[in-house]
Design a protein around this ligand. Sequence first.
Ligand code: ZN
Length: 506
Amino acid sequence: MTKNETPYDRLSTRLREIGTLSAIEALLGWDQETMMPPKAGSFRAEELSLVSRLLHDRRTDPALGELLGECEGDPAIAGDACRAADLRELRRDYGRATRIPSDLVAELSETSSRAMQAWKNARQENDFSSFLPWLEKQISLNRDKAECLGAPEGGEPYDALLEEYEPGMTASEAAALFDPLREALSSFLSEIAESPVRHDPGFVEAKVPVEAQQEFNLQVAKRLGYDLEAGRLDVSVHPFTEGLGPGDTRITTRYREDRPADALASTMHETGHALYEQGLPKDRLPGHPLSQAASMGIHESQSRLWENQVGRSRPFWEWALPLAREILGAPVESYSVDDVYRSVNAVIPKLIRVESDEATYNLHIMLRFDLELAMFRGDLSPRDLPAAWNDRMKRDLGLRVPDDRRGCLQDIHWSVGAFGYFPTYTLGNLYAAQMWEAARREILDLDRRIACGEFGSLLEWLRAGVHAHGRRYPAGELGRRITGAEPGYEPLLRYLEGKLRPIYRL
Ligand code: ZN
């Protein structure tokens, strides 16, 4: 310890180490999903488990708690809004990390890896009964976890889990946003279903060699503002973004020769996540909450905004189609901007969430949120999950579920105990629609800029309003600051109807 070091300096040194260790953990995870040879799997698990143990020890170190206490007692820090916000978030993280006993942490992690294996087999064999005991165990362990964490005043156990992904949001607040959205979307979808307009899949199903798609995707990501000197685009089974640290934010996508629009959507989605990571002040505050994302919902708003509001707009295709023709060549030559615009905005209810369009996607999410909440409240027995799932698919999307593989076994989340994660997808869509309305008000000629391939003004607007703040403001407040409005479902509905009514001539 040098003489002039303040408690806040010492805290920063510890946070930098925690941040570095967690970047190492993320790098091991990135490599596992992209490059690692198959036989390295079991040693990788050992490496990951060691790093995660070291991280847990550091995050729960009583010395860290003491330092926090010292900083909290320092009037100079209390008077500095940034540092005070930083301490508020650190206290929250430290509290959450230390309230769960280490044997429960170990049991949760062991159960998750075994339950995920059981889920994979159950999904492949279409055998819900073999997954059921694991689902029951995950719910019971996560109830214990919620009890240790403690629900907010007047809240319920599920809130303590949701808090992990969307700080400050409760189940009843989420339901109040979702219920009217579900009703409005369901009735809008039945209008679309009755429209005589049917669109040729066209561009969505054009056959384009993967190498050409790779080049096209890379060019688009770069043009949106993704810094490839501080990142890279690779292939993985499930696309993801990994913000590894200062100067290193990597994304992945996946390609199919007959689905070029899906690859582009997933690249633009991950690019949106990556632009957020690259815009966080990680250099300045390594390991500090102020250099981390505000919430999963805010993170998802950044990916959705670039994927949907930008990537499925007509101005975007005015710029992108000539580039697509140049790089993808003959397979896309015959399409007009209008053809592509209609094709990437087709509304077709599907059984699988990740294959769903913008309008039906949120119905998938709200169904999962309601069912997991019902299981946590004890209103739905996990045994009855398949029947409840199938009922809701019929009611909300008008689809008959032929088997559990394409029903309640399709997602990984519950197998790894990620209860409270699903709602953040729809929250992300709500935030994105709200930000989009505000951006259109505040950025002159946004459509024309996008049609020229000029995305910098939108990115700068997001950088200043969202990225630069890290976790300084809770998600809801961040949304209010940038849009001037409370979170609501109306902007998303206005956006979807504004686009889809003309397309379906409603
Ligand atoms: Zn995402």
